[in-house]
Design a protein around this ligand. Structure first.
Ligand SMILES: *Cc1c(COP(=O)(O)O)cnc(C)c1O
Length: 349
């Protein structure tokens, strides 16, 4: 028996991508960020569905992810790697026809030396201080770099999920200052930037989380549902306790269910206390600690023992669940993927 079933709605994935695409003008390309196995949802299935929907540009983190995606999608789409050209990547980039998004002077040198005729993009740093050439570095090498004909110049906003953050306008202005007048397609926006409006779109947007139904795309269709089988149900009496360290005391005669899913399945230990799982339409509180493969819920108020419970559905989304664990939808999603059986709706073959 698997720990649980992660239902992944590829129709919703396609709808969300299409909705983001409709926010941009017809001359702005909508790519898709599918790094980390499409945020844990399965890059092969997700990217194939987006390709069928018309997406022709995909972003991954590593060259290896790019090669895997190339094998899944064939020769047509463009595939870009945010880690750029790392030591040891040369053969993989070539074999996968992956465009490294060069993000430092050392990478630029490495790329031009080892793969001089292989397409590359450039990442600039407009204030996040994570990846990309800084203002002065760019000023020093722009001429040489542009002569080598990069296929894309990109940057990334630090605070695009907060529309009122002053960083947005400042980083947009920095991107203009660094790139106005160059004859290369430009990209600044991920999901948050796409929602900020047309002045952030440039020639390409590259959303990730919004496609998968997460904030800041509040109007996204939900993509994932998680069903967990119940392993056993039993009664507990006042005076007994539940779980590691006996943190939950039974106060009245109680019926409990032990459910197949724990922190090794991405259900953070920090979810309890406070989170509820759904037995049909009825919420049941998690009691005691979440353990590695299991958690316990109070089902005293149900008329009969459930066979499965749901932790994520259309009404209880990844961001609400993430908030219980003190994290964000991105982290919740990427940790869910590993041990569950994934079941897809809307697969393309
Ligand atoms: C992950 C990532 C994206 C996608 O971001 P979302 O917030 O998921 O839309 C875009 N650009 C870069 C550089 C990234 O690292």
């Amino acid at each position: 028996m698997p720990t649980g079933v992660l239902h992944i709605d590829l129709e919703a994935v396609a709808l969300n991508w299409r909705a983001l695409d409709l926010m941009t003008s017809s001359i702005c390309e909508t790519a898709a960020t599918v790094k980390a196995d499409a945020y844990g949802l399965g890059v092969t299935q997700v990217a194939a569905r987006l390709f069928a929907e018309g997406c022709r540009a995909f972003f991954v983190a590593t060259a290896d992810e790019g090669l895997e995606l190339r094998r899944a999608l064939g020769p047509e789409p463009r595939i870009y790697a945010y880690y750029g050209h790392m030591p040891g990547d040369t053969v993989t980039l070539q074999r996968g026809d992956v465009v490294p998004m060069v993000c430092s002077l050392a990478q630029l040198e490495r790329h031009l030396e080892t793969l001089p005729r292989h397409p590359f993009g450039l990442q600039l740093d407009v204030g996040m201080n994570r990846l990309g050439l800084k203002f002065d570095e760019w000023a020093a090498v722009a001429e040489l770099a542009l002569r080598a004909r990069p296929v894309l110049v990109a940057s990334h906003l630090s605070s695009a999920d907060e529309p009122d953050a002053p960083e947005n306008a400042a980083q947009l202005a920095a991107f203009h200052e660094m790139t106005d007048g160059i004859d290369v397609p430009r990209s600044l926006a991920a999901t948050g930037g796409t929602l900020l409006g047309p002045e952030y779109h440039f020639d390409m947007v590259r959303p990730g989380i919004g496609i998968y139904g997460g904030l800041p795309f509040a109007k996204a269709d939900p993509v994932v549902e998680l069903a967990l089988p119940v392993v056993t149900c039993f009664d507990a009496a006042p005076g007994e306790t539940v779980g590691y360290n006996a943190t939950w005391a039974v106060r009245a005669p109680t019926r409990l269910a032990t459910v197949a899913g724990g922190y090794a399945d991405g259900l953070h230990r920090a979810l309890a206390p406070g989170v509820e799982v759904m037995a049909g339409p009825v919420p049941c509180p998690v009691v005691g600690r979440v353990s590695m493969d299991l958690m316990t819920i109070d089902i005293s108020h149900l008329d009969r023992d459930p066979e499965t419970v749901r932790l994520l559905d259309a009404h209880h989304g990844i961001d609400a669940l993430a908030a219980h664990a003190g994290t964000i939808g991105y982290e919740m999603l990427t940790r869910l993927g590993r041990r569950y059986r994934r079941q897809y709706r809307g697969t393309v073959s």
